[in-house]
Ligand binder design. Structure first.
Ligand code: NAD
Length: 419
């Protein structure tokens, strides 16, 4: 038998919450399947002189609450099953935080580190062209995820504008979010996911007591989400004692200098070689005694075996799907709480929503304005989860799905199912 399906794991997650509030099979069946599965194979001449065929995906899970919305991942492990799971999680995330978007995800099976910037520009443009009218500012709006960034989004926006009729070109900036500020991006989008993760931590402290400046934290992943979270957490007083990425695991029990590590990774391919900490074995990241563990890399990282070694009080799922079902069971038995991904990492899609609104009205909101609206939505979502959790006596993950499912099913009930 092959590897367990990530998509099936995502279906099992929402089914558990659906059991708690007795959601009918009709909605369970709909939500167990993505609405559209788009796969494109596209050829690109790369710098080596070779013609390479790449495979790209766009999975549109649900648009019952609004246009499809979700990131694009460029990674060698991208496949249909992974993107289906990631797309479903987006539907529940946007429903949970109450923004008028559905859920989608996409990606290309590629290691971007193996290609030059010129090659990547061609690959991104060709992928956008291949997707064609399957994306659009009122239909399906991609954003950055693992292996993509604001530069990727700028290229997609430009390519999409160029395949749009001239009279419409100025109105399609919102085809992607997470663009650079110069190209119509929003203040605060770059760090939004990391900021949202910190809000999850603050909210948990509000419930359980304790102070940020008393906490030690380990982080797996030092890309967009992990590095911004680390910077903001240090500003708030936390001590980051371990950081891992695909190149190394670094430990410094006196606290890693995150600003220096960010400077290092801006110049180097990863955290390996950074002088301000000791290099350790990958598995030590999980056994190190800390208050909070933040997975901010890929899915399926907290396995049963790793969970057995962990001794933190809280896991904040900055990554999507970082905890396996077996890992989650062990954490629960040990009394380790989980701030679930669809809640903890929703900051990115919230500021993406603000970017989309700003693009629609050709306006730029101030950083203060964005901060206020951001906090409002994030805090409300956390409060809702805590309320449901108390009422139903369930996990935070189940409570988050209950909030999302209630929103989704009430819309289905009013709209009905066509025809
Ligand atoms: P990124 O590409 O910027 O960074 C990924 C990081 O993970 C890198 O530091 C990489 O070295 C590390 N990594 C990869 N494989 C690893 C391994 N085996 N062990 C340890 N580290 C490893 O990606 P990102 O945008 O920061 O996304 C990270 C996670 O957060 C993903 O699960 C993504 O879906 C989720 N997420 C991202 C956003 C966003 O706005 N970018 C929003 C919501 C959720």
């Amino acid at each position: 038998m092959g590897q367990r399906s990530l998509h099936q794991a995502s279906v099992d997650q929402f089914q558990r919450a659906a059991d708690l509030i007795e959601i009918s099979d009709t909605y369970r069946n709909i939500l167990s399947h993505p609405k559209n599965e788009i796969i494109v194979n596209f050829p690109v001449w790369v710098g080596s002189g070779e013609l390479k065929i790449f495979t790209g995906y766009r999975i549109q899970h649900s648009n019952v609450l609004g246009p499809f919305k979700g990131g694009l991942r460029f990674h060698p492990d991208v496949d249909l099953d992974e993107v289906k799971a990631l797309a479903a999680w987006m539907t529940f995330k946007t429903a949970l935080v109450g923004i008028p978007f559905g859920g989608a995800k996409g990606g290309v099976t590629i290691d971007p580190r193996e290609y030059s910037k010129d090659d990547m520009r061609k690959i991104v443009r060709k992928f956008t062209h291949a997707l064609g009218s399957n994306i659009g500012p009122n239909h399906d709006i991609p954003a950055p995820d693992v292996g993509t960034n604001s530069q990727t989004m700028d290229w997609i926006m430009d390519t999409y504008a160029n395949i749009t009729s001239p009279g419409q070109r100025q109105s399609v900036k919102g085809v992607v979010t997470g663009k650079s500020i110069e190209c119509g991006g929003s203040s605060g989008r770059e760090e939004a996911t990391g900021r949202g993760v910190l809000y999850s931590l603050r909210h948990w402290l509000g419930e359980t007591g304790g102070r940020l400046d008393e906490l030690s934290v380990s982080i797996q992943g030092f890309g967009n989400v992990g590095s911004h979270f680390a910077r903001l957490a240090v500003e708030a007083g936390c001590k980051i004692v371990a950081v891992a990425d695909h190149t190394a695991t670094l430990i410094n029990e006196d606290g890693i200098d995150i600003e220096k590590l960010r400077d290092w990774t801006a110049q180097n391919p990863g955290i390996i070689g950074f002088g301000g900490a000791t290099e350790a074995d990958t598995e030590e990241l999980f056994s190190l005694p800390v208050d909070v563990f933040v997975p901010a890399a890929l899915e399926n990282q907290i396995t049963k075996e790793r969970a057995e070694k962990m001794s933190c009080r809280l896991v904040i799922e900055a990554a999507n799907g970082p905890t396996t079902p077996e890992g989650e069971k062990v954490l629960a038995e040990k009394g380790i709480e989980i701030a679930p991904d669809i809640l903890a990492n929703a900051g990115g899609v919230i500021v993406s929503y603000f970017e989309w609104l700003q693009n629609k009205s050709s306006r730029a909101w101030s950083a203060e304005d964005i901060d206020r609206r951001f906090k409002d939505l994030v805090w409300k979502a956390h409060d809702n989860v805590v309320d449901v959790r108390k009422n139903l006596d369930c996990s935070r993950r189940d409570a988050a799905y209950v909030v999302a499912l209630r929103r989704l099913t009430s819309v289905y009930e009013r709209r009905g199912i066509f025809p």
